[in-house]
Design a protein around this ligand. Structure first.
Ligand code: BG6
Length: 506
């Protein structure tokens, strides 16, 4: 892989949680793999005045705490690329100093005009920062590329996302804007495309004739932690479904792109989103479930309920669990139900997609012993990344008893190397001007358009219940009824991909 061109990286929110936990460790990992530009500088901004040295010490701690592999002797060398600038991102006047600081570091290190701006700050500033940068001409590509990474959430509904888009596109072009969804940076999410489009055996079955239904789960065992203030205004639907989970749906459901270039892949993704059947507001109560975790003992330890978390309203109706059933109205998927669920404080951290193939047209073996719905392909995004295929085999002995067995592949068997973090791949791509794994504006808008009626109904229709579920359980029991197949419920995954049935480590 090539090194990106020389550039300056400006991080807004340089002392924030995201920078410390994800962005800086990702830059370090790229540096150790020789994937950073030959000459680069990182200009981190924050509101408080601190020296470069103090900031570099913070970075050292962040790299050591949040990297999976660290060579401590290399860390302080890495921090030399960092400079710190105190700046109020909401004050237009401060941007003169930012512009000066960028020019100074460029001439000191002989870096041309390529600049990457990373907005790792609360969404309230997404409208201001790009404008203020443009006032200084820092969007001008005459002397080199100017790119901007914007974190999610991009808007909080269709209208606000459209307004934000219009504001950004007033000064920046779509090619300069990189809307990040870190799920797209996950190796296992990209592997969905490889599994589907590099194997001749799956694609012929990947449609309404052979697939009975598709199930996607993203469960987290953690609660909202210190993010109560953010989460109160977000909820599971906006935090996880609108972006991460719909992207998984897009990769599972898309048509083969004509090539793997950015536009071809993103065109197919957006077509899936545009084919999502709108959910009628009157149907929201039937096809969606929302829940909120309540206090409970998990393995002997008392875990607080959502309403008792820091910065959460004691009467909050924000959902920490969301499940929905929907359809994709196109030739491939017409009539196939899709089910999504996500939640915090569920029993374990697992993200996976399950393709349930249709049962055989004729039951040759007795219904009691043959396994209805036993052919499943499980694509595990995390943890124990891999793929599991469930097939029926004969139980040795008299008669024809059928047993469901697992054929499994685990990434840990493919390589002993660590799987790169999503942010590494995404930062590397952006530095190289590759937007394939970033979200295009039409996809963001189509995703909001699909979910707006659900969110509106949840906010305004009091007849739609908000179910409580004890922390450490799989969410509201009512969610089992969403699955329309007789005798089938959700798959209840374990930490390890192929542990199911007898033993299940959570
Ligand atoms: C973030 C959400 O985008 O994704 C968090 O804001 C969530 O609430 C996180 O915990 C989950 O990411 P991952 O990579 O741990 O599945």
């Amino acid at each position: 892989m090539n090194r990106p061109d020389n550039q300056v990286i400006v991080i807004f929110g340089g002392r924030g949680d995201l920078a410390m936990r994800k962005i800086i460790p990702a830059l370090y990992a790229l540096q150790t793999q020789g994937l950073m530009p030959e000459r680069y500088a990182v200009l981190a901004t924050g509101r408080n005045s601190i020296s470069d040295d103090t900031y570099r010490k913070d970075i050292e701690k962040s790299v050591i705490s949040f990297s999976s592999e660290v060579d401590t002797s290399l860390v302080s060398d890495f921090t030399r690329a960092f400079r710190y600038l105190a700046l109020n991102p909401a004050a237009a006047d401060d941007y003169n100093r930012l512009s000066d600081a960028i020019m100074a570091v460029r001439s000191e290190l002989r870096i041309g005009g390529n600049t990457l701006f990373y907005l790792a700050i609360p969404p309230e500033l997404y409208e201001k920062i790009p404008r203020f940068l443009a006032f200084q001409g820092l969007n001008n590509q005459g002397d080199g590329c100017k790119r901007m990474i914007i974190e999610k959430p991009f808007g909080r509904d269709f209208t606000s996302a459209q307004n934000l888009n219009n504001i950004l596109l007033g000064d920046w072009s779509e090619e300069q804007i990189y809307r990040i969804d870190h799920y797209l940076g996950k190796e296992t999410v990209q592997n969905i495309l490889v599994t589907r489009f590099s194997n001749g055996i799956f694609e012929p079955l990947w449609n309404r004739s052979f697939v009975n239904h598709v199930e996607i789960t993203s469960s987290e065992s953690i609660g909202v932690e210190k993010r109560g203030a953010f989460y109160e205004h977000t909820g599971a639907m906006r935090d996880m479904v609108q972006n991460h989970l719909l992207h998984l749906v897009g990769f599972i459901a898309m048509e083969p792109p004509s090539s793997i270039d950015s536009n071809s892949i993103r065109n197919e993704l957006v077509k899936v989103f545009q084919s999502l059947r709108p959910i009628n507001p009157a149907e929201v109560g039937r096809v969606t479930i929302r829940g909120q975790y309540t206090g409970s003992h998990i393995r002997g330890e008392w875990i607080a309920g959502y309403r008792d978390e820091e910065d959460v309203d004691p009467e909050s109706v924000t959902e920490t669990y969301a499940a929905l059933q929907f359809y994709i109205d196109n030739w491939r998927w017409g009539g196939v139900p899709f089910y999504l669920r996500t939640g915090k404080r569920l029993p374990t951290r697992v993200t996976e997609a399950v393709i349930h193939f249709s049962p055989t047209p004729h039951r040759l073996f007795s219904a009691k012993t043959s396994c209805q719905g036993c052919n499943q392909l499980i694509i595990r995004i995390q943890p124990d990344e891999g793929i599991l295929l469930k097939v029926g085999v004969k139980v040795p002995g008299a008669g024809f008893n059928v047993k469901n067995v697992n054929m499994d592949f685990h990434y840990s068997e493919l390589t002993t190397d660590r799987i790169p973090e999503a942010y590494e791949r995404l930062l590397y791509d952006c530095m190289n001007g590759d937007s394939t794994l970033y979200t295009r504006s039409d996809a963001v808008l189509a995703a909001w358009k699909f979910l707006d009626p659900v969110i509106e109904a949840w906010e305004n229709d009091r007849s739609i219940p908000l179910y409580g579920y004890p922390a450490g359980t799989w969410g509201p029991e009512r969610a089992d009824e969403l699955i329309m197949e007789p005798d089938l419920t959700w798959r209840y995954p374990c930490k390890n991909l192929s542990d199911d049935g007898v033993y299940c480590e959570l």
